[in-house]
Design a protein around this ligand. Structure first.
Ligand code: BGC
Ligand code: ZN
Ligand code: ZN
Length: 352
């Protein structure tokens, strides 16, 4: 079958014929989403990526159609495969939570230890499949990155149970969140945190684009251009720009007492210098800093529900999310979209 093949750590990609034997029900892949991780692999920048037997099929965001019945799913069902699988050794992995693998020997589709989903077919066990409601077929590809974010918000709320955190009305309406970065991840975080009732502020180092301004208006978030000083403090800050470690250094002092700093995505450059003054304030203010990564099956199921809700609640935003669809036969464009993020992009899909 045809597949998008890479050879990490070498840069580059090709559309090649591959032979992969695996057990489980056969699923025809309809489309894949492209994310920053895929581009880091294509550009030879992700040290965690490795070949399996001389090659690696790329891709961890996929929507497919089941070609046979399984115990709980039916032929013709739309499905999405989970991208991270367990090490088979630790308790978290054995209980379906390889996002908290303790051995570090988990595998990730299209990254390491497991071929990805950018190919004509996959075979998979139904325990790794989430049913996709037909009504969100057009935006369902967002459910994989959204699963990571569902898990992150669940984690923030769990960690903040260390104090009395809800507000006088029992909700999170008095809690202010700053999200640095306005890409796909930043926008999904903003939508989910609004859905949970938080006050959300987004930031980037420029004025918002026209499309961003429409989105911020519809989902009711405030915006900061960080070339001006931010004169406000926050209960939660989420680093979702993945650009430079310095973003963290600049924003960490903006946290209130008992604040939570979540780092999502991988900084590409810079260093985080925590001097003794900042270190003392982290301790004095009881601040928590946590890395946020990888959602699992319960989170992907929640993501499907939120996408259904948002299609009705945020119709403009959800209709703007898919910014390009590239047929796999268009090899020139395929190479371009897999190497570089273009301005204005939210999510690019590859169609099989
Ligand atoms: C995926 C995560 C994954 C992470 C690290 C991201 O692009 O969405 O689920 O755990 O990469 O490899
Ligand atoms: Zn990804
Ligand atoms: Zn494990």
């Amino acid at each position: 079958m045809k597949a998008i093949v890479v050879h990490p750590p070498k840069p580059g990609l090709s559309l090649s014929d591959v032979n992969i034997n695996s057990d489980g029900a056969r699923i025809k892949i309809l489309e894949n989403g492209i994310c920053g991780t895929d581009r880091e692999i294509v550009n030879g920048e992700l040290s965690a990526a490795s070949e399996l037997n001389g090659f690696l099929v790329l891709g961890h965001e996929a929507l497919g159609i089941l070609e046979e019945n399984t115990e709980h799913l039916k032929k013709g069902d739309l499905v999405m495969p989970i991208n991270r699988r367990g090490c088979g050794k630790c308790l978290n992995c054995m209980l379906g939570r390889p996002d908290f693998c303790e051995t570090g020997m988990q595998v990730e589709a299209g990254i390491s230890g497991m071929h990805g989903f950018m190919r004509e077919y996959i075979n998979d066990d139904e325990r790794y499949l989430v049913k996709v409601p037909n009504i969100i077929k057009d935006i369902a590809i967002m459910a994989q990155p959204l699963a990571d974010i569902e898990k992150s918000v669940e984690e923030i709320i769990n960690i903040q149970k260390r104090l009395y955190w809800p507000c006088y009305d029992g909700t999170y309406s008095c809690r202010d969140v700053l999200i640095t970065g306005t890409g796909t991840i930043g926008i999904l975080f903003a939508m989910l945190l609004r859905t949970y009732g938080f006050n959300v502020y987004m930031s980037n180092k420029r004025e918002p684009t026209e499309m961003e301004a429409k989105i911020f208006d519809e989902i009711s978030v405030n915006y900061y251009n960080t070339s001006n000083r931010i004169d406000k403090s926050f209960d939660v800050i989420i680093e979702a720009s993945g650009s430079s470690a310095e973003v963290i250094e600049k924003t960490l002092p903006l946290l209130k007492n008992n604040g939570f700093y979540g780092i999502f995505g991988f900084a590409k450059s810079g260093a985080l210098n925590i001097d003794s003054k900042l270190l003392q304030s982290i301790v004095y203010k009881s601040i928590t800093i946590t890395g946020l990564i990888n959602g699992q099956k319960p989170h992907m199921e929640m993501a499907m529900n939120h996408l259904i809700q948002w299609k009705h609640e945020f119709p403009k935003t959800t209709s703007m999310m898919i910014t390009e669809k590239v047929p796999v036969s268009n090899e020139k464009r395929l190479n371009e979209v897999l190497s570089k993020k273009e301005p204005g992009e939210i999510k690019v899909k590859i169609l099989w």
